[in-house]
Design a protein around this ligand. Structure first.
Ligand code: FO1
Length: 330
């Protein structure tokens, strides 16, 4: 089965690891070799990306690269484990990087390689391929777009700052009134992203931040149309449980765009395919089971399932639930 996942952030990386876990479980049940039975492609959000110290930093890609290769720092939730920060302390001493954004030594290896290739004219999709080729990721990472669409946050006190400063320095504590993806109107979906959507059997929206992770992907001109034209059912997974975000600070983002921090409200924000949106199905937590009937009545086939991804096993089960709902909608 060809499975395409739209993903961003740390929660997205955990969900993608769950999709891979489900695929391996399913392959084993069919007696097929690992990673051959299913083809998993991830359309990665690039709105978090930014230029720092002359390097192209790509947090959502790197979260996936490190999670799928088993090198992610589980405690911090970003970067690589067994990291050192000798170069980072030099960069901070010279004021080349802010003290609130640390580039670890191993992490710098990825940023320098990516930047060197980009500067040499290598397309971002090929950069993803080269970085991932070193490990058996069990999934193919493709950029949502090759164009730079960095997210900027307009705050209530009149500032405009890069998403990374708002998120990492201020922990989303300054109320935001608008999110802007610079030059997104001139961006185009990457070819591999359009292929991943067009020839998928199942398309999943990871339980990522609907505003700054899934939002920029959907905001790329042509991406919504591609999803609406796809023959595969589109099933999303709620990133909130019982009115509370599972991780990160998505509530600060949702409030800024006037969407309640509520599983059903987020589904309605994405809208159903026939009402001009992208959704066919939506998974909510058991705590939000009361919203299933209303969503289903609104044309979003819904199901209440355990949504907490505590470990590889629960993540794979959640992925299986999303795939099962999609298969029911085929
Ligand atoms: N998040 C932090 O809270 N502090 C950091 O110093 C930090 C450094 C960093 C370096 C590379 C990278 O790819 C991500 C990094 N992050 C850091 C995480 C990142 O800012 C956010 O987690 C994602 O952008 C959210 O999707």
């Amino acid at each position: 089965m060809r499975i395409t996942v739209l993903s961003g952030g740390v929660g997205g990386a955990r969900f993608v690891s769950g999709v891979r876990g489900w695929a391996r479980r399913d392959a084993a049940a069919q007696g097929l070799p690992d990673d051959d039975a299913h083809d998993i492609r991830v359309v990665v959000n690039t709105g978090d990306d930014w230029w720092l110290a002359g390097l192209r930093i790509a947090p959502d890609h790197d979260s996936l690269l490190y999670s799928l290769s088993g090198q992610n720092d589980q405690d911090r939730g970003w970067g690589r484990r067994d990291e050192t920060e000798r170069v980072a302390s030099e960069l901070q001493t010279w004021g080349v990087t802010p003290e609130w954004f640390t580039l670890g030594d191993l992490d710098l290896g990825v940023h320098i390689a990516r930047t060197a290739w980009l500067r040499g004219g290598v397309p971002l999709g090929e950069v993803y391929r080269r970085l991932g080729a070193r490990w058996q990721l069990g999934a193919t990472l493709v950029p949502a777009t090759e164009d730079e669409i960095d997210t900027y946050v307009h705050t209530a006190d009149g500032q405009r700052m890069h998403f990374q400063e708002w998120w990492t320095r201020h922990r989303a504590s300054i109320p935001a009134v608008r999110f802007e993806n610079a030059d997104i109107e001139r961006a185009r979906p990457a070819g591999e992203a359009l292929d991943a959507v067009a020839d998928a059997d199942v398309i999943l929206l990871a339980p990522s931040n609907p505003v700054v992770s899934i939002g920029p992907i959907l905001g790329i001109p042509g991406m919504r149309d591609a999803l609406r034209a796809a023959s595969a059912p589109v099933v999303g997974v709620a990133p909130v449980i019982g009115g509370r975000v599972v991780r990160g600070m998505a509530d600060a983002c949702l409030t800024a765009i006037g969407v309640d921090t509520d599983a059903a409200a987020i589904a309605r924000h994405y809208r159903t395919r026939h009402a001009g949106g992208v959704l066919d199905g939506w998974l909510v937590a058991e705590e939000d089971a009361a919203s299933v009937a209303g969503l289903t009545a609104d044309g979003i086939a819904s199901r209440a399932v355990p949504l907490w991804m505590r470990d590889a096993d629960t993540s794979a089960t959640l992925a299986g639930d999303a795939i099962a709902l999609a298969q029911n909608l085929r």
